[in-house]
Structure formats: structure tokens, C-alpha cells
Design a protein around this ligand. Structure first.
Ligand code: BTN
Length: 325
């Protein structure tokens, strides 16, 4: 649990938006002595904040550390619900596992579990998700929509659109989505999303959206065999990005789209998803657990199911598969 004085101190700096704040103002706003404030500033410095002090002007934050702790995420966060409860750990096996436990124990909607590193990150179709320390965003978000179970895949597509929008905003890169929710840049995968459910037979209790974004990895971080198919935002843009800022952008986009979804349904989200889709209208190969189907991707249904027309003109509804373009 972090000090609430420290949190308030960060909020004062955040409101100042990079300008100097005098010691007098800080001590009045926080209602504590200058000595107490100085101690908290020293703590922030130890955490990697660069604090600039100028006589007669006061203090300002010159640089935030590239960490994804509660401090960095809360500072300047614009959402009401998503990201308002952060469970941060340096190293975990999988944020999905922790989020599942917290959701089961009643964690509120919008709770986010985030870690600097995952030692057993999980991908779709039982794959491993490499999550090296301090390089990416490895997080799981708990939502509690009152929807029937069969609509849950819609949230996977909604999450993919939110992350795509956030990446475009923060990096200026142009991204595409490969069904259902891989985000590709220049044809290579930069983001994976894994959605898991806690549900009764007819109603969803919690949706846990696991998002892995390769942010600041360099080429040497990737194993030789996945280099042709994987990338990071830093590799594509030629510059590094603050991970906490990217998370804030994802939370804001997700919150906007989630509100739209709860109020008006899937219509607009489907249109947005289609605007990013790179597989629709193209010939693809879908490998399901039981078969491999080659055909043209015709579109998605209202439930987010992929429709594939094979060479004999038969339409297949694909609920879960590995897609090769
Ligand atoms: C995929 O296979 O494309 C989905 C990858 C999802 C990875 C994320 S990282 C955060 C969360 N925790 C996990 O163990 N997996 C998801």
C-alpha cells in the first residue's frame, strides 16, 4: 500500500502539468510540514523520478521512471473506472492468474493487475507469452458486464479496437487487427489479447482481458525463430515509449468503447473492428482444434464469430482458430 501523501504529492505535480510548484503551495495543499514533504520527494527520487528544484520557483517533475507502478499509472489518468484499482507486482507467473483470483474474491470492475515481468505468461491456444522484464505492458483487466455468455467474444474484439486506437495515438504507427485480436504492425504481431470468463450458465460474472504489448523490446530480445513474425512498438517506430502512458491511453479508449457497448450494443464496435481488420476479403487458412479450412474471410457476425467461405462456397463459422494470412 503506498503512502497517500505520496499519491497526493504526485497529484499536485500532475495538476501543475510540468510547471514548478512552490514548497509553500505543496505544504499547504497536503497539510504537512516541508520536512515531511522533502522526505516523500526523496522516496520518489529513489523510485527513479527526476525532481528538479529551482530557488524561488519550487519543484517540478522533470522525468518519470519507466515503471508501471500505481504511481506512474495514476498520475494523469483520465478514466473513471478502468485502472482506478491497480494491483502491481514486480514479477508474477501470469497476471491472468492473479486477476482470476481477485475477480473471484470480488474485485471491482476496472481493477487492473500489472507486472514488470511474467515468468509463465499465457497466450491463446495454450501457447507461452514471452514477457521480459521492464520491456512491455503485461496486464489483465477485470470487467463485469451484465451480458449473456455467448456475447463475451464481443469484448475481445472491443479490447482489440481499444488497444489499436491507443497505440495509434501514442506512437503514430498504423496498425491492423488479425481476427480475433492480434494487433499487427507492418505484418508482424506486436500485441496479443487473451480473454477469459467467470460465468454462471446464463450470465457473465467477470471477463478478464489479458493484454500483452511488446513496447520497448529490441530485436535481440526476440528469439531468432519468432523475429520474422513478432515486433515491438520501439522497433517499428525507432524510439522507446513510456509504458504507463500507453496503459493510460488503453484504459481511456477501453472505457469509452465499453460505455458505448453497454449503452448501444456492439454495432459501432463491429464497424470500428472491421475498419482495422486485415484478414477480411482475403484468402486465409484457419486451423481449428479439429480441422484446417482454407477460404475467404467474409466478415464477422454480431457475436464476433468469423465467417469463412471455402472453395466449394460453403460458409464456416469459426469460433476459435489460429489464422494464417
Ligand atoms: C496471444 O496468444 O496472442 C494472447 C497473449 C496474451 C498475453 C497477455 S500478457 C498479460 C496477460 N497475462 C498472461 O499470462 N497472458 C496475458
Amino acid at each position: 500500500m503506498q503512502s497517500s501523501i505520496r499519491q497526493q504529492l504526485l497529484e499536485v505535480f500532475s495538476e501543475a502539468d510540468g510547471e514548478f510548484v512552490s514548497g509553500q503551495t505543496i505544504s499547504e495543499k497536503l497539510g504537512c510540514s516541508r520536512t515531511a514533504i522533502w522526505k516523500h520527494m526523496e522516496d520518489l527520487r529513489r523510485e527513479g523520478y527526476e525532481l528538479e528544484a529551482v530557488r524561488r520557483l519550487g519543484y517540478r517533475i522533470a522525468k518519470k521512471p519507466d515503471k508501471v507502478t500505481n504511481n506512474e499509472i495514476s498520475l494523469g489518468l483520465q478514466t473513471e473506472v478502468i485502472g482506478r484499482h491497480i494491483h502491481y507486482e514486480e514479477t508474477v507467473d501470469s497476471t491472468q492468474k492473479i486477476a482470476a483470483r481477485l475477480a473471484f474474491e470480488g474485485a471491482p470492475e476496472g481493477t487492473v493487475v500489472v507486472a514488470e515481468e511474467q515468468t509463465a505468461g499465457r497466450g491463446r491456444l495454450s501457447r507461452i507469452w514471452h514477457s521480459p522484464k521492464g520491456t512491455g505492458v503485461w496486464m489483465s483487466i477485470i470487467l463485469r458486464p451484465a451480458i449473456p455468455v455467448q456475447q463475451a467474444p464481443q469484448l475481445t474484439l472491443l479490447a482489440a479496437v481499444s488497444v489499436a486506437q491507443a497505440i495509434e495515438q501514442v506512437t503514430g504507427l498504423s496498425v491492423g487487427i488479425k481476427w480475433p485480436n492480434d494487433i499487427l504492425i507492418g505484418g508482424k504481431k506486436a500485441v496479443g489479447i487473451l480473454t477469459e470468463l467467470q460465468a454462471d450458465p446464463d450470465q457473465v460474472n467477470a471477463v478478464i482481458i489479458g493484454i500483452g504489448v511488446n513496447v520497448n523490446q529490441q530485436r535481440e530480445h526476440f528469439a531468432e525463430e519468432i523475429l520474422p513474425i513478432a515486433t515491438s512498438l520501439a522497433i517499428e517506430a525507432g524510439t522507446a515509449f513510456p509504458r504507463a502512458s500507453l496503459m493510460q491511453a488503453v484504459f481511456l479508449q477501453l472505457e469509452k468503447l465499453y460505455k458505448e457497448y453497454l449503452t448501444n450494443g456492439f454495432g459501432i464496435i463491429k464497424l470500428l473492428w472491421e475498419s482495422y481488420a486485415i484478414s477480411i476479403g482475403r484468402e486465409i487458412t484457419a486451423r481449428t482444434v479439429t480441422s484446417t479450412i482454407v477460404g475467404t474471410a467474409k466478415g464477422i457476425t454480431e457475436e464476433g464469430v468469423l465467417l469463412l467461405e471455402d472453395r466449394d462456397g460453403r460458409i464456416h463459422a469459426i469460433h476459435s482458430a489460429d489464422i494464417e494470412i
